[in-house]
Design a protein. Structure first.
Length: 116
């Protein structure tokens, strides 16, 4: 299995330090092992973590193991991906999309956040 240097896992206890206090934008994929669409987008998400490099960090959070954070963010369905910058949510993507559409959505949110 290939290591992705720009991809890491977060949990309820380190979400604030790793995501909200990050010095660069971070996209968090909220997922669960039983979620088919979550598993379907995982390879694309991992590939993007390499492509975006220093522009955007990529994190994953298992909603079954960490219910507090998704609950506080009002996440009602997965997969949900949220981009955070400067401790604030700048946009979210709900649902699974083919790679080109997902990339367009991420790029659009990054440009709105003035971080691209």
């Amino acid at each position: 299995m290939q290591a992705h240097n720009n991809l890491f896992h977060v949990n309820d206890s380190d979400f604030e330090s790793k995501i909200l206090k990050s010095d660069r934008p971070v996209i968090v994929d909220f997922w669960a092992a039983w979620c088919g669409p979550c598993r379907a987008i995982a390879p694309t998400y991992e590939k993007f973590s390499d492509e975006y490099g220093s522009k955007l960090a990529f994190a994953k959070m298992d909603v079954d193991e960490n219910p507090r954070t998704p609950g506080s963010l009002g996440i009602q369905g997965i997969p949900t991906m949220i981009i955070f910058n400067g401790g604030k949510e700048v946009g979210r993507i709900v649902g699974a999309y083919p790679p080109p559409q997902l990339k367009n959505k991420i790029d659009s949110l990054l440009s709105k956040a003035s971080v691209a």
